[in-house]
Design a protein around this ligand. Structure first.
Ligand code: PBG
Length: 342
């Protein structure tokens, strides 16, 4: 027996509130009541500089993102600044033969990352903030974010405390090269205190620390491994956070702020908006979020196939990250999004 379709004439609501839809009626009205807006200056562009290349090299799994030469790095940074982006975050891709067990190319003033920082600072002065990634994984031959040792049961582990002096040397080298901000992303305990102390002792009291505080052991980092030519076999679950957990993010943030973090960060962004929201509700320092390589790759891949409107999904995802509470967003879309916002 087919059901009789309801007759709209018979529906007489008591007094439907027209409040919700009144405020959505026209573009002007929608703009009037918009609670969140993106600004180009909210966006931070992560960039890669590679040693030993003469032409920029596009990263397969990140269409539109390149391993740069110094020249192409400066050109792309100019494009970002022209679009209104005020900060870039630089990662180094050393030659395989320059990797070693401790990642010593990271604190070599002539290492690829430090040369890149120097070139950016020389080109832009204080007009464009230069942030440097302060982590060893691009520079170690085993690909871990710290130095290894064998524990008393014979297992190979990342040695937390032996890694800290390496981070200190790296941060000081980056400050010396001209970084305005260093960004420890290795998830070692005590890394913020160690780096703050080394920077202050080196006379770099003015260099800020953006702490990757709540960083999860995430499969969304996949394309990044290609981007930096990572040598990692295995995973980082013994030092990055378990995606099952929220509470420990609050502890990580609290510890990092107590140790001197000027910014805290949540990473990845979109799959962790709940974490971002919780952190943003209580943090007394600015809260950044990192829309990571896999988030970028998925939007690009679906956009290229025409399965979603890539540009709209890009803007919606960034707006959602901002709405959840991010003050700054690290995103490979920074230049493109900033252009649309101008
Ligand atoms: C580690 C680092 C990673 C990313 C930023 N810093 C990789 C990792 O922890 O495995 C990932 C960034 C991205 O995926 O866009 N130095």
């Amino acid at each position: 027996m087919p059901a009789t379709p309801p007759d709209p004439q018979n529906y007489h609501p008591q007094e439907p509130s027209r409040r919700p839809r009144r405020l959505r009626s026209t573009p002007a009205m929608r703009e009037l009541v918009a609670e969140t807006a993106l600004r180009p200056a909210d966006l931070i562009l992560p960039m890669f500089i590679a040693d030993g290349i003469t032409e920029p090299r596009e990263i397969n799994s990140m269409p539109g993102v390149y391993q740069h030469t110094t020249d192409s790095l400066l050109r792309a940074a100019h494009e970002a600044l022209d679009a209104g982006v005020r900060c870039v975050d630089l990662f180094g891709v050393p030659l395989p033969e320059d990797k070693d067990a401790t990642g010593s190319a990271a604190w070599n003033p002539e290492g690829v990352l430090n040369r890149g920082v120097q070139a950016l600072r020389a080109e832009f002065g204080d007009d464009l903030l230069v942030m440097a990634d302060t982590c060893l994984d691009e520079f170690t031959d085993h690909g871990h974010c710290g130095v290894l040792r064998t524990d008393r049961h014979g297992a190979t582990i990342v040695d937390n405390d032996a890694t800290l002096p390496c981070y200190q040397a790296m941060a000081v080298a980056q400050a010396q090269a001209g970084a305005h901000i260093v960004s420890p992303s290795g998830m070692m305990d005590g890394q913020i205190a160690a780096i703050r102390e080394a920077l202050d002792e080196g006379g770099y009291q003015d260099v800020a620390i953006m702490a990757y505080s709540a960083k999860y052991a995430s499969a969304f980092f996949g394309p990044f491994r290609e981007a930096v030519g990572s040598s990692l076999n295995g995973d980082r679950r013994a030092y990055q956070q378990d995606p099952a957990n929220a509470r420990e993010s609050l502890l990580e943030v609290e510890l990092d702020i107590a140790e001197g973090a000027d910014f805290v960060m949540v990473k990845p962004a979109l799959p962790y908006l709940d974490i971002l929201h919780r952190v943003a509700q209580t943090s007394p320092v600015p809260v950044a979020a990192y829309q990571v390589s896999g988030e970028y790759a998925m939007i690009q891949a679906a956009g290229q196939r025409g399965w979603v409107d890539g540009q709209q999904v890009m803007m919606e995802s960034l707006l959602s990250i901002k709405r959840a509470g991010a003050n700054q967003i690290l995103t490979y879309f920074a230049t493109e999004a900033a252009r649309l916002l101008r």
